[in-house]
Design a protein around this ligand. Structure first.
Ligand code: NAG
Ligand code: NAG
Ligand code: NAG
Ligand code: NAG
Ligand code: NAG
Length: 272
């Protein structure tokens, strides 16, 4: 009887069930986009009639074992949760028993980039799987600032996003221009702040160039042509600066005409 029990015990724990228990992640790298919740996927093979009472799931950072979320005794256990993750994590409870141990993380920021471990302990065995999170934010519409000096013109674009972008300024012939580039942050909002400018000495009758910002993580490309001229200039979707210039010229003409008019009247009165 004792022997039989031992054989059963050995069979149970060396049998296929223990060897087959596996924890896996559908994606080894997950991209988290600012403003959207991210799901760190993790699944395990559920046993028949899996009992949530006997299930332990823990999500931790791989580097320093900070706890993001734990589940055991049939419910969330957040006593050991690190403060960084407070009110930001949740599991899909109705799906837990079916082998879905994924974690949802809200309000992601740059500090969330890193490796995470999903550990599952069930009646059938235990296992771990690792997933890497990368954070990115779309760059905002670049704001143009133009400074006209007697000897040069300076054009500056400002935009915010994450991570560091690739910036390119090209002239009308498609050649790269030398640009200044300043990147600061990220701030509380999880965005890097970019300022980039080119200065053109002796720009001549006009400026015709193009600014391109690329965020490789998100495949985002922002291309903005800039066309500045005193002569009529018709860029496709370009930034138009000609209309204000023409307005100023018209205004000058009007003022000049008014002065001439007044002077002519005065001369006429003096004669008369
Ligand atoms: C778990 O369920 C959530 C919500 O339906 C889903 O987004 C996620 O992809 C699932 N994960 C796995 C590993 O099946
Ligand atoms: C989490 O939410 C609770 C209840 O809504 C709130 O009292 C607490 O201050 C929040 N904690 C953090 C760190 O945001
Ligand atoms: C552009 O002109 C201004 C004023 O003339 C001058 O202060 C500035 O240094 C010039 N910039 C460059 C890059 O030459
Ligand atoms: C500006 O440059 C682009 C690209 O080289 C060209 O297609 C366009 O005609 C130019 N515009 C003007 C006003 O010169
Ligand atoms: C211009 O610069 C970009 C990146 O800044 C680079 O990929 C490209 O090869 C350069 N083109 C030329 C013609 O130098």
């Amino acid at each position: 009887m004792f022997l039989l029990a031992t054989v059963c015990f050995v069979l149970r724990f060396t049998g296929s069930s223990l060897a087959a228990f596996e924890v896996s992640v559908p994606q080894r790298r997950v991209l988290a986009v600012r403003g959207r919740p991210v799901v760190l996927g993790c699944s395990y093979a559920p046993s028949l009639g899996n009992n949530l009472e006997k299930l332990v799931v823990t999500w931790q950072t791989a580097e320093d074992n900070l706890v993001l979320h734990s589940f055991y005794f049939g419910r969330d256990q957040l006593d050991k949760q690190n403060a960084r993750y407070r009110n930001r994590t949740s599991m899909f409870h109705p799906l837990l028993g079916t082998g879905n141990a994924s974690l949802r993380l809200d309000r992601v920021g740059p500090q969330d980039s890193g490796r995470y471990l999903c550990s599952v302990d069930s009646l059938l065995g235990n296992g771990k799987a690792e997933v890497q999170l990368e954070y990115a934010a779309f760059y905002t519409e670049p704001k143009l600032n133009i400074q006209v000096h007697p000897s040069n013109i300076s054009l500056q674009y400002q935009s915010e996003g994450y991570p560091a972008p690739q910036v390119q300024w090209t002239d009308s012939a498609g050649c790269n221009l030398t640009a200044r580039e300043e990147l600061s942050g990220p701030g509380e909002d999880g965005l890097l702040s970019l300022r980039t400018s080119v200065t053109l000495k002796d720009p001549g009758p006009g400026v015709n160039l193009s600014f391109t910002l690329r965020n490789a993580a998100l495949g985002q490309v922002l291309e903005r042509p800039v066309c500045l001229s005193l002569a009529p200039c018709d860029p496709v979707n370009g930034t138009r600066v000609t209309i204000p210039v023409i307005c100023v010229l018209c205004l000058l003409c009007l003022v000049l005409a008014a002065i001439l008019c007044v002077q002519r009247k005065r001369i006429g009165r003096q004669r008369g």
